[in-house]
Structure formats: structure tokens, C-alpha cells
Design a protein around this ligand. Structure first.
Ligand code: PEP
Ligand code: MN
Length: 358
């Protein structure tokens, strides 16, 4: 259930309404202050609450509405239709991710391999226009014999790349025990597709302050994905980004996964959370990354995650789907044409000038 409070309602009255609801019904009341409205979201057993009784409890209440969906905090209704934004402080300044902002580019290798390659990649993707460097220290590999990532030492290398470029860092957490070390370098914590329903991990990342990027499980429905996001929100962390990275379908002969771009309009309707698309894992083939990145942009993605490696043929993981820095740069230039037409592009000239001054 949500309560829309009239513009100009005194803060004391909002506090009084919230307390009354908590005391009377035992529900949790979450206040969200949007651009135009203050909304009180009620979570808990709201089935027996009479909306009319709530409506009549204060002249400042504009409307009382039920949220019918199983995911409450993640639902678009919970914010009365307003999109949320995730604001990430990075050394280069705050990065805003969300529907009302320019598209945010995240780029970097699948795995962090050594200092030279990660720093070089960071510089190149920054010069092309990326705001975040991605790179795995802990890798979820299908085979126990495949490269598992360099772990904590790779986190130090990400820290060096952050220091050298000022880019925000996005890296995957697989084990809650690594959270303290990972939080020291990550600006956004990634929960990978394979851990989308690792509920104890979701509760842990929900109980800390760093924004969380949650990838869609490879066989997860949209509702399951949003319920996973709900775990993080319910644990107290409002900064969640959803990332589509392709799902399993009957046909994996030519692509690694089926990149489900229909999630963009569907999620837009269902949730207020920002939407990121990963065409690299979505296709598994560097040749298909650019067209799917363009399609993601056209369909309204808020952010793109793209794997970039200085020498893809030598990559320790996911080389076949990684772009070279040159190809990434070309793709960003192509995207900028479309991005400007749809009004979702920040001026690359300015970005390049900033890079030049570093
Ligand atoms: C990754 O981003 O490198 C990764 C392993 O992604 P996913 O969880 O989508 O497979
Ligand atoms: Mn990868």
C-alpha cells in the first residue's frame, strides 16, 4: 500500500502519519521523496488495512493505493510511477544512473589479469567515455579447473586502476566473507547471474551501503529477478541496478545466451529501478556486441556493461566476447549518434576534455 501525501505537508505531520500507521498496523513505513511528491510505502501485512480509514486520518493525505505486485519496494507503484536513480560517488565525481540521465557506460575485462592490462584498459575505456571499470577478481566459472580469478590481489589491481583514472569500480562478490575486502575498492558491488537467488548473499549486500548491481539469473523469470532485488531493498539498501545478461533458451548454437531486450519496456512498467544491459554475456560473441548495444540504447537502457580486453585472444576468460579498446571506442562513437537523437547522451567532447586533463 502507498500513501501519497499532498505537496507542502509539514514534516511533523508526515512523521505523525507514519507513527500512527506503524503503531496501529505493525507495518514498516518507508518515506520516499520524489521530485513532485512525498510517498509513504507500507510494507508488511497490509491486507486488513482499510484505505478509506487511512485516507480520513489526515487532511494532508491525497490518495491511498494498494500495491498488488509481490515485489513491493521494487515496484513502480511504490514510488507512484517515478523512476529512481542510483547515485554513485566516484573519484571523478558522482555518476547518476537512471531513466532521467544520460546512458552510463561500464567497460573492462571479464577478469583482472595483471596491473598493466587493467590500468591500460581503464585508461582506454575512460578515454572512450566509460564512467566505470568492470573487472572480476572472483570468477564464477562452470569448470573448477578454469581460471577462478586472482582474488584479493586482483582487488588491489582494481584499486590501482581506480587511482590512475578516477573511474568507479564494479566487481563481483561471490562469497559474503569477501565483502569487507571487496567494499574497500568497489563503488558498485555486482551479484552475478549464478548468485541471483543466493538469498543469504542478497541479505548481506542489502545490509551494507554500496550500490548493488544484480544480474538476471540465466533461467530466472522477471518476477523472480525483481523478488531478488526486493531482498536487497528489504534489507535496507535502496541502491539497486538490474542487469540483463541473456537467458537460456532452446537455441544456443549461434549465441551464448538469448539477450532479452524486451525486459527494458517490461521493467520500465514494473519497476522504478535503473536498467543495465550486458550484450557481452548476452551474445558471447564480440561480433554481435555492437548491434545489441545499439539496440539496447534504442530500447531505453539506462546503462550498458561491455567487456573490453587489450588482447582478447589472450584473455583468461571470455575473450571471444570481448571488444578491443579500439572497437569499444568505435562503438561508443556510433552509440553517441543515436544517444544524442534520443536525448540520453552526455557530451563526449566534455568527457574527452576531462580525460585529457588527467
Ligand atoms: C561477469 O560479469 O563477468 C559475469 C560472470 O557475468 P554473469 O554473472 O552475467 O555470467
Ligand atoms: Mn565475463
Amino acid at each position: 500500500m502507498i500513501i501519497i501525501v499532498k505537496n507542502g505537508t509539514p514534516v511533523d505531520e508526515v512523521t505523525r502519519i507514519s507513527k500512527e500507521l506503524r503503531d496501529a498496523w505493525g507495518v514498516t513505513v518507508e518515506k520516499s521523496v520524489g521530485k513532485h511528491k512525498v510517498i509513504l510505502g507500507l510494507v508488511g501485512d497490509t491486507a486488513t488495512i482499510d484505505p478509506l480509514q487511512v485516507q480520513n486520518s489526515s487532511p494532508w493525505i491525497e490518495q491511498v493505493l494498494r500495491v498488488e505486485r509481490p515485489f513491493k519496494r521494487a515496484s513502480r507503484e511504490f514510488r507512484h510511477g517515478e523512476a529512481s536513480e542510483v547515485v554513485v560517488p566516484t573519484p571523478n565525481g558522482s555518476v547518476y544512473i537512471g531513466e532521467q540521465h544520460p546512458v552510463v557506460l561500464v567497460a573492462g575485462p571479464c577478469s583482472v589479469e595483471n596491473e598493466a592490462m587493467i590500468v591500460e584498459t581503464a585508461k582506454r575505456v575512460k578515454a572512450a567515455g566509460a564512467k566505470f571499470l568492470r573487472g572480476g577478481a572472483y570468477k564464477p566459472r562452470t569448470s573448477p579447473y578454469a581460471f577462478q580469478g586472482y582474488g584479493e590481489s586482483a582487488l588491489d589491481l582494481l584499486a590501482a586502476a581506480r587511482e590512475a583514472t578516477g573511474l568507479g569500480i564494479i566487481t563481483e562478490l561471490m562469497d559474503a566473507a569477501d565483502l569487507p575486502a571487496l567494499s574497500r575498492v568497489a563503488d558498485v558491488i555486482q551479484v552475478g547471474a549464478r548468485n541471483m537467488q543466493n538469498f543469504s548473499l542478497l541479505k548481506k549486500v542489502g545490509a551494507q551501503d554500496k550500490p548493488v548491481l544484480i544480474k538476471r539469473g540465466m533461467s530466472a523469470t522477471i518476477d523472480e529477478w525483481l523478488m531478488a532485488a526486493e531482498y536487497i531493498l528489504a534489507a535496507g539498501n535502496p541502491n539497486v541496478i538490474l542487469c540483463e545478461r541473456g537467458i537460456r533458451t532452446f537455441d544456443a548454437k549461434y549465441v551464448r545466451n538469448t539477450l532479452d531486450l524486451s525486459v527494458i519496456p517490461v521493467l520500465r512498467k514494473l519497476t522504478h529501478l535503473p536498467i543495465m544491459i550486458d550484450p557481452s554475456h548476452g551474445t558471447g560473441n564480440s561480433e554481435y556486441v555492437a548491434p545489441m548495444a545499439m539496440a539496447s540504447l534504442a530500447a531505453g537502457a539506462d546503462s550498458l556493461m561491455i567487456e573490453v580486453h587489450p588482447n582478447p585472444t589472450k584473455a583468461l576468460s571470455d575473450g571471444p566476447q570481448s571488444l578491443t579498446p579500439e572497437k569499444f571506442d568505435r562503438l561508443v562513437q556510433e552509440m553517441s549518434v543515436l544517444g544524442k537523437v534520443i536525448g540520453r547522451w552526455s557530451e563526449p567532447e566534455k568527457q574527452r576534455a576531462l580525460v585529457a586533463s588527467v
